[in-house]
Design a protein around this ligand. Sequence first.
Ligand code: SER
Length: 327
Amino acid sequence: MDIREAYLNFFASKGHEIIPSAPLVPNDATLLFTNAGMVPFKSIFTGEVPRPTPPIRTSCQTCIRAGGKHNDLDNVGYTARHHTFFEMLGNFSFGEYFKKDAIAYAWEFVTQVLKLPKDRLYVTVHESDDEAFALWEQHIAKERIYRFGDHDNFWQMGDTGPCGPCSEIFYDQGGEHFNTPEDYMGGDGDRFLEIWNLVFMQYERSSDGKLTPLPKPSIDTGMGLERVTAIMEGKFSNYDSSLFMPLIEEVAKLCGKPYAYESGASYRVISDHIRSVTFLLAQGTTFDKEGRGYVLRRILRRAIRHGYLLGIKEPFMYRLVDKVCEL
Ligand code: SER
């Protein structure tokens, strides 16, 4: 299944306009990079720009989380699911529908299009959100609905900007494969994997921390393409999926040593970082000693250092670009 196409077509069938991915460098001084699918729509959420017609949209947005509020750089390569560059599938409502439809659409997509088994699914809501809890109860047993606090179930774009309580969908990868003490719902283990975040956008946070209600309650959802692809392909790491293995195989060719998961962090670092570096350079960001260009330089350096660890002493990153383009 082409997951991007299935997602966009599903939401188009519900009346959403399909919007192409916006550039990685946003037209927004408060952010280093586009770090979520909602970023290009920020000023529609806040009411600065009038609502489009139809006021509902869907996209597959390229994102970078390296530097700034959402910064995954140091984890990348060492976990199954962190990336600097990733794609986020999302549907957005600018005051048109709210929690009820967002939840119903997400459940329909996950169970009827992706056909993920219901006995593998769990959801979370903000501890104060009785409304979302009651709406989820129409789809899933209440034992599978968890309440968490702000740390897990309140999402904000950055220090300022649109924000609100959220509800997340989790996929259980199975206790037979994951049984560390951290493998419980809400724990840091990999067993329960968050696949989709539904944000109930209700506020805008200003620089003094104050929350002001948005003109209309809105919806911003984000589903990680890499995670869902891995689940659909029956893989326990995003890096084992068809989005990354071809890159990892290229790295193995370059260093002349076969890849093994346990000792393979450097292969994964390079296969992740080449995607960020390729997209940023292609979109006009260049190396610098500060700001975005510095983050780009740090990502490139980190990849090259891992190339050294694999014994590659010649310039090599450019040799992976064709594979990124192909993928
Ligand atoms: N903005 C939310 C997130 O990034 C949902 O898209 O998780």
